[in-house]
Structure formats: structure tokens, C-alpha cells
Design a protein around this ligand. Structure first.
Ligand code: NAP
Ligand code: MG
Length: 489
């Protein structure tokens, strides 16, 4: 726990059980209540209803967030439609300049974004500061560069924007997912109505403030907050041209059904259950770091988390021993403390889902191992957990847990591990650890996963396309591929 300090510029609306390190809280101001961002200004919701957002590490209320209903969504879509007429016609260089400005302002306010992301969602400040926020800014920088180069991206074709994009995002990377959605939509000349997840709306609303300050023409980006019903209102609005959804496979299926028969375009980035495969010729210490990063990064709330570990039998004992030793060094606790490795589970609901799966794993007969670390008495926390001797038919192996829980299976041959890795409804990502380049090339072509990392894990870059196969969804975000879902030719 960090030392208690008095910070004069701090303007939190509630008392904090944890006082963040002072250098991390400079210039942080949070309002008591947040309204909807429609047509370039913050407006009250039609229903006059607000819901609370909590700090999952302290269980304290941070602020109240407006709940948008169908009328609010309609207002946002109308603003986006009107803005589209101008935005799609201004020069591509101008569009690029606006997006660069958003990227630069985000860099300037990086610390504020990082602290709020950590307070609202529970992820360690080290991750918000060093990964989420810089990557989000990089995404805007990267797509700003594409704005006036679309004819080079698609030579011989004449790309045109689609119109109004409805975008719905989850709670695990709130600001980063907003950047993944908004940046390519703007670069291609579309306008946006975006809904963040219910438990993590604050950085999207801070982004709305930043967008307002950037001078982006009114109505180009609209941010409406609320629960699933608000998301459904976006999906079902007749004047939306494209839905971009990131979230669970269950909701993805509902959305796909809802827009069947309409001419709305759709991309779905859904769940995952990735195989992380360690061969006997892998650099073992490096691989153990990769396993830890693969499953414990962001408390395991990662769609592409390496949640199924496959270790070649000959090195299984040493890998598992080293993994257990490494787990003992992980610090679980106050997400605002820079030394923390594993922060808070995002919500009470998610914590009970994880705990339910831990019970299921035990009942199924897998051997449980948890690190002996202490966890805070208050807040939503979960110890890093392993299920040893898991088998392919176990639910903990087949279903997405979305927490710091790793199943471990062993294998003898390359054919066996490919078969097991692919025998799952998901196909988002995978990891391979080996000294042999030929093995890497063999596996990358046989693993049915959108992303395969070799001798590393959870590495993200705006230039690199990301997306799934099978029940992990369709369409790609990032890179040149990420432009396509927002264009017609
Ligand atoms: P979720 O429950 O599907 O929610 C995602 C978003 O959809 C939220 O904003 C949610 O609002 C909204 N929503 C809920 N019901 C809806 C409906 N009927 N119509 C329209 N929108 C609706 O997923 P989550 O629990 O937030 O996120 C975790 C999931 O996201 C995991 O499965 C994870 O693998 C996946 N994910 C995938 C990727 C990827 O790139 N493939 C990246 C990150 C996460 P509320 O917040 O109010 O529920
Ligand atoms: Mg929250």
C-alpha cells in the first residue's frame, strides 16, 4: 500500500481507502455526474436516470453516469448523420489533422487517463500507464496517417465511407477499445455513436471531453452511456450503417441475429480461450514469464489471454515448478500502487463468475493451486490460480473464464497439441514457445487463431491486424485491414 499523502489538486468526490501516489494524481478532477456527449456537448439523458460507477478495489462509488434510452440514441444518431454530410466531404488531410490532434492531446493527458482507467476498472496503474494509454494514443496516430492515403491502401479502387458507425465496447480495455473503434472510423470519413461498458464509462467520457477540446466538428463522435439496452438501441436503430462490437460471444450472437436481413455491416470481436504452447526446446525462463504475462496481465480479463497452457511432457515438471515459484512473487492488491502486478477484478459479477468456475474446476477433478499471497479484505480480488492435470473435456478448459485462472495440460507430440489447441469453439489467439523457426512456421499455419505469438505473448501494435475465427468473431481491427470494415468500394 502506498503512503498516505495530501494532494491539493485532488478533487475526488468520495473518500478513498487508498491514497494514490501523489505524482499519479496530479490534475485529476472527476465530476459527481457525467452526462451524454451528443453533438459536441454534454447533455442530460431523456430519462433523467443515472447509474453509479464504482472503484472495484475499494467498492466505493466514483461518480454517476447518465443512462441513455432509445430517444437519446436517436438524438446521437441524428447528430452523427448530420455531421457525416460535412465530415465525409472535408479534405482527407484535414481529417488526418483532427485525428493527430486527438492523439497529441491524449499524450498530454496520459497520466489523468491512466489513473482514471485504473480507478474505474481495477487494472494495475503500471499497465494503464505503460500499455493502455500509450497504445490508445498510438492508435490515433497510426490511423491519422492513413486518412489521406486511402487510395494507396487500396490501389485502383475508390474507397468511400459507410456513414454512421454504431460501436459497442467491453470493460477490459475501456480507453484502448474506444481508440480501436473511433480512430479507423474517423480516418475513413465515418461518424460515430459509441457506447462504453456500464462498469467502465469514465475514460470514454474523458475522451469525449478531449474530443470536444480538440475542436473536432460537432456530432462526428457521440458517446452514449448505459447498459445492454442502450447497446441494443444502437444496434436496432434504422439509420446506422455499421455495427462494430467487441464483447462476449453470447451478446455477439444476439447482435448478429438482430441485424440479419438489414444492410448494416457488422464486425464482431468476441471471446477467446487461447492455447499457449511450450515445447521442450523453448527457453524455459522466458517461457515462464510469457505464461505469467499471458494469463495474469489485466487480471486475465483479456480476450486473447493465454488461458490454456500446453507443456511438453519432458519439461512439464520444471515449467510448473518455476511457474509456481514465479506466482509467489506476484503482488495482488491496490491497483494504484506501482508495485502491484494483479489489480482488482472489474466487478462483483465478474468475481462471482470466476469463483463459480474455480468451484467447477475442483468438482471436475482438476488439481487446484493458488499462490499463497495475501489479498485485500475489501474489494474484488482473486488469487492467481492454476488447474493442474486439466483435461480437454473439462468446462474450465473449454469455456472462457476471463480471470486469473490457468488450466495446464501436457502433450507428447506436435500433432497431439495442434489437435487439442484447435479443439475449442474459439479461435482468437495462440502462443508458441520453441527454439526452432520451422516449428513456429508449422504451427502458425495449423493453429486456427487470428493471432499467433511466437516466443512472446500479449504484444499489441496498431499496425498489426487483430481478430478471430469461429466463435471469436469476424472482421479485423488494426493495421490496413482495420480500415476495410469502414469502407465501401
Ligand atoms: P458483453 O457483456 O458482451 O458486453 C459488451 C458490450 O455490449 C457492453 O458495452 C455491454 O453493455 C453491451 N451489451 C450488452 N448486451 C447488449 C445487447 N443485447 N445489445 C447490444 N449491446 C449489449 O461483454 P463484456 O463482459 O463487457 O466483455 C467481456 C467479453 O468481451 C469477453 O468475452 C471478451 O473475450 C470479449 N472481448 C473480446 C475482444 C476481442 O477483440 N475479440 C476484446 C476485448 C474483450 P453493459 O456493459 O451494460 O453490459
Ligand atoms: Mg467502475
Amino acid at each position: 500500500m502506498t503512503k498516505k499523502t495530501k494532494e491539493p489538486t485532488l478533487d475526488f468526490t468520495t473518500n478513498w481507502a487508498y491514497e494514490p501516489a501523489p505524482e499519479d494524481t496530479k490534475h485529476i478532477t472527476l465530476k459527481k455526474q457525467y452526462d451524454l456527449f451528443i453533438n459536441g456537448e454534454f447533455v442530460k439523458p431523456n430519462s433523467k436516470k443515472y447509474f453509479a460507477t464504482y472503484n472495484p478495489a475499494t467498492e466505493e462509488k466514483i461518480a454517476e453516469i447518465a443512462e441513455a434510452d432509445e430517444k437519446d440514441v436517436d438524438k446521437a444518431v441524428k447528430a452523427a448523420r448530420k455531421a457525416f454530410e460535412k465530415w465525409s466531404k472535408i479534405s482527407a488531410q484535414e481529417r488526418g489533422k483532427y485525428i493527430y490532434r486527438i492523439a497529441r492531446l491524449m499524450q498530454e493527458r496520459a497520466r489523468e487517463f491512466a489513473v482514471i482507467e485504473t480507478m474505474d476498472g481495477g487494472k494495475p496503474i503500471r499497465e494503464s500507464r505503460d500499455i493502455d494509454v500509450p497504445l490508445a494514443a498510438n492508435h490515433f496516430f497510426y490511423y491519422a496517417g492513413w486518412a489521406d492515403k486511402l487510395e494507396y491502401a487500396f490501389p485502383g479502387r475508390t474507397p468511400k465511407p459507410l456513414g454512421v458507425a454504431g460501436q459497442i465496447i467491453p470493460w477490459n480495455f475501456p480507453l484502448l477499445m474506444a481508440a480501436w473503434k473511433i480512430a479507423p472510423a474517423l480516418a475513413t470519413g465515418n461518424t460515430v455513436v459509441l457506447k462504453p461498458a456500464e462498469t467502465t464509462s469514465l475514460t470514454a467520457l474523458k475522451l469525449a471531453e478531449l474530443i470536444r477540446d480538440s475542436g473536432l466538428p460537432e456530432g462526428v463522435v457521440n458517446i452514449v452511456t448505459g447498459a445492454g439496452k442502450t447497446g441494443a438501441a444502437i444496434v436496432n436503430h434504422p439509420d446506422i450503417n455499421k455495427i462494430a462490437f467487441t464483447g462476449s460471444t453470447d451478446v455477439g450472437k444476439i447482435i448478429q441475429k438482430a441485424i440479419a436481413g438489414t444492410d448494416k455491416k457488422l464486425t464482431l470481436e468476441l471471446g477467446g480461450k487461447a492455447a499457449n504452447i511450450i515445447f521442450e526446446d523453448a527457453p524455459i525462463d522466458q517461457a515462464v514469464e510469457g505464461i505469467v504475462n499471458g494469463i495474469f496481465f489485466n487480471q486475465g480479463h483479456v480476450c486473447c489471454a493465454g488461458s490454456r497452457l500446453f507443456v511438453q511432457e519432458s519439461v512439464a515438471d520444471i515449467v510448473i515448478r518455476k511457474l509456481k515459484d514465479r506466482m509467489e512473487t506476484l503482488i495482488v492488491g491496490n491497483p494504484l500502487d506501482k508495485n502491484t502486478d494483479i489489480g482488482a477484478i472489474n466487478s462483483k459479477e465478474q468475481l462471482s463468475k470466476i469463483n463459480k468456475y474455480i468451484k467447477i474446476g475442483i468438482a471436475e477433478g482438476a488439481e487446484i493451486y493458488q499462490s499463497s499471497c495475501a489479498i485485500p479484505g475489501k474489494g474484488n480480488f482473486c488469487k492467481p490460480t492454476l488447474f493442474l492435470n486439466a483435461s480437454q473435456s473439462h468446462r474450465v478448459v473449454q469455456e472462457e473464464i476471463f480471470g486469473p485462472v490457468l488450466t495446464i495440460q501436457t502433450f507428447r507430440t506436435i500433432e497431439e497439441v495442434i489437435e487439442k489447441a484447435n479443439n475449442i469453439p474459439y479461435g482468437l489467439s495462440a502462443g508458441v514457445w520453441t527454439d526452432k523457426g520451422s516449428k513456429i512456421f508449422n504451427l502458425t499455419s495449423k493453429l486456427r487463431a487470428g493471432v499467433v505469438w511466437a516466443n512472446t505473448y500479449n504484444k499489441f501494435d496498431p499496425t498489426s491486424p487483430f481478430g478471430g475465427y469461429k466463435e471469436s468473431g469476424f472482421g479485423r481491427e488494426g493495421g490496413l485491414h482495420g480500415l476495410m470494415p469502414y469502407l465501401k468500394f
